[in-house]
Ligand binder design. Structure first.
Ligand code: 13P
Ligand code: SF4
Length: 323
């Protein structure tokens, strides 16, 4: 069996019940399935653990009994799991599930950027390749970036990459002037402040939930700025009944499932009317068919050059210790 296309392109057995078969294979192969909140509802429902990037890494770090870890998310999430579970087989159902933000930061250019700023501590968002992590002092996620940056002395010189929106947001909270790599996520960059203002007029009581990968005008309009898990927790515990949600639309599944009496309205991306929602095409490459074939054939596997892995693991372990 090959994965020339980046995934196992094998026909499914006739009449197969995918949910049943995936459950059976998980058990038979001692496999644990981790899913991000941006995955499609059926993937979230079949996963053993659903979370934000931080929770996925924290969970991977505690896995003992599993032989296989399947990451239903994008490639950097699978790499992070492999770094934290080097002795386990880590699989991702489609190797093409990349990330525009990680791609906006090629390691050779990031290395040159670091050389242009001698004496700076290098902080990288987890949405980076393993090669960029190997150049990094400490990794952060959107769930712990503020706390980790604040653990450094006020006068620490810091390079923050690759998300200029998250870095700018942390600068605004802390009064720091971290040097920012000019990267962005194509999904979060597209949300429209005018669209949210329009929705706010129609739903004046609604709270506005914004992921920090969104541009500054959106974080300024927000009642809560946070990681997907933080936005979800805010909605769950808030006494408000309506929420405008400016992050990838996959999160709406868990919000609606956990809070059936509350109303969640996807914030519109630029150039569409207010009922449009915003999907990450990379996240949505993971399907039930690909998950089934991955479990069945134990492919595609995520592998990392051991020398790079050793350097990339340190800033992730440092992040987990500081979280
Ligand atoms: P979280 O840190 O909220 O999981 O976000 C990950 C991500 O890719 C956002 O686009
Ligand atoms: Fe990357 Fe953006 Fe997709 Fe998140 S939503 S995985 S940052 S492309």
């Amino acid at each position: 069996m090959t994965v020339e296309k980046g995934y196992v392109d094998a026909p499914l057995p006739e009449g197969i019940d995918l949910v049943e078969e995936i459950r059976r294979l998980k058990k038979e192969k001692k496999a644990v399935v981790l899913a991000h909140y941006y995955q499609s509802p059926e993937i979230q429902d079949i996963a053993d653990h659903v979370g934000d990037s931080l929770a996925m890494a924290q969970y991977a770090a505690t896995l003992e009994d599993a032989r296989i870890v399947v990451v239903c998310g994008v490639h950097f999430m699978a790499e992070t799991a492999k770094l934290l579970c080097p002795d386990k087989k880590v699989l991702v159902p489609d190797l093409n599930a990349g990330c525009s933000l990680a791609d906006s930061c090629p390691p050779d250019r990031f290395e040159a950027f670091i050389k242009q700023h001698p004496g700076h501590t290098v902080v990288s968002y987890v949405n980076t390749s393993v090669a960029v992590k190997a150049l990094t002092d400490v990794v952060v996620t959107s769930g712990n970036a503020h706390k980790i940056i604040e653990a450094f002395p006020k006068d620490e010189k810091i390079i923050f990459g690759p998300d200029r929106n998250l870095g700018g947001y942390i600068n605004s909270l802390t009064g720091r002037e971290m040097v920012l790599w000019p990267g962005a996520c194509h999904v979060h960059q597209r949300f429209s402040a005018e669209g949210i203002a329009g929705l706010k007029q129609e739903h004046p009581q609604a709270r506005v939930l914004v992921h920090p990968e969104c541009p500054r005008p959106l974080t300024l309009m927000a009642d809560c700025v946070g990681s997907t898990a933080a936005l979800f927790n805010y909605a769950r515990t808030s006494d408000a009944g309506e929420f405008i949600v400016a992050t990838e639309s996959g999160i709406l599944h868990e919000m609606r499932r956990s809070c059936p009496d509350k109303v969640f309205i996807p914030a519109p991306p630029e150039g569409r009317d207010s009922c449009g929602c915003n999907d990450c095409a990379f996240m949505k490459l993971i399907t039930m068919e690909k998950l089934y074939n991955t479990l069945r054939h134990e492919l595609p596997e995520v592998t990392i050059d051991p020398a790079v892995a050793e350097r990339a693991r340190r800033p992730i372990e440092r992040m987990l210790a500081m979280s």
